[in-house]
Write a protein that binds this ligand. Structure first.
Ligand SMILES: O=P(O)(O)OP(=O)(O)OP(=O)(O)OC[C@H]1O[C@@H](n2cnc3c(O)ncnc32)[C@H](O)[C@@H]1O
Length: 166
């Protein structure tokens, strides 16, 4: 059994390798069937589920991880979701950390820029999305994107293990 993850992003693949340490983890392109930049909790969750479904193959596990933004009480937050399609074709879901994003990000997001590009402009660096991520930058490296997704994957892995005991 291998873990097929619907992404080529190293932060996501490394997080999956860390949690599914005894498994082969394979990254691949998978459509999220939502906007390139999800803008709500529900859309981000849907993207994770679609990626899990779109990478799933019988006998393996399908893993989908999605980052997005959402607004709560007028404030912009980063949000994260994960989904695991199990070998018996159940979908398990879990969400990750949410942190506040700078207010100045709202206008470029509304103008169609993705958070990944906004982060690169903001930090004057390249490919922040594949490295520490927005969460790493704004937590002063306390929690990296890999670490945050590893926690989400642990929540999924644990739910899968629990479901097998029942
Ligand atoms: O290659 P994939 O798996 O698509 O990874 P991604 O980082 O490009 O794409 P996501 O679907 O996870 O996130 C949607 C958008 O939000 C951006 N994003 C989400 N979380 C981020 C973070 O912590 N840091 C930087 N960009 C982030 C991301 O770069 C995309 O532009």
């Amino acid at each position: 059994m291998k873990v097929r993850i619907g992404s080529q992003n190293p932060a996501k693949i490394q997080a999956a390798q860390e949690v599914f340490s005894g498994y082969e983890v394979e990254g691949m392109d998978a459509s999220s069937n939502v906007s390139a930049q999800p803008t709500s909790d529900a859309e981000t969750k849907k993207g994770a589920i679609n990626r899990a479904r779109n990478t799933y193959q019988e006998g393996d596990l399908g893993l989908g991880l999605e980052g997005g933004v959402m607004t709560i009480e007028g404030q912009l937050y980063l949000c994260n979701w994960g989904a695991l399609m199990t070998d018996d074709q159940k979908i398990l879901t879990a969400s990750g950390a949410r942190i506040l994003l700078p207010e100045e990000f709202s206008a470029p997001l509304q103008g169609g820029l993705e958070l990944g590009d906004i982060m690169d402009n903001y930090t004057e660096r390249q490919d922040v999305r594949s490295k520490e991520g927005a969460i790493g930058v704004f937590t002063n490296d306390q929690v990296s994107r890999k670490e945050m997704f590893a926690h989400v994957i642990k929540l999924l892995y644990g739910q899968w293990e629990y479901s097998k005991k029942k």
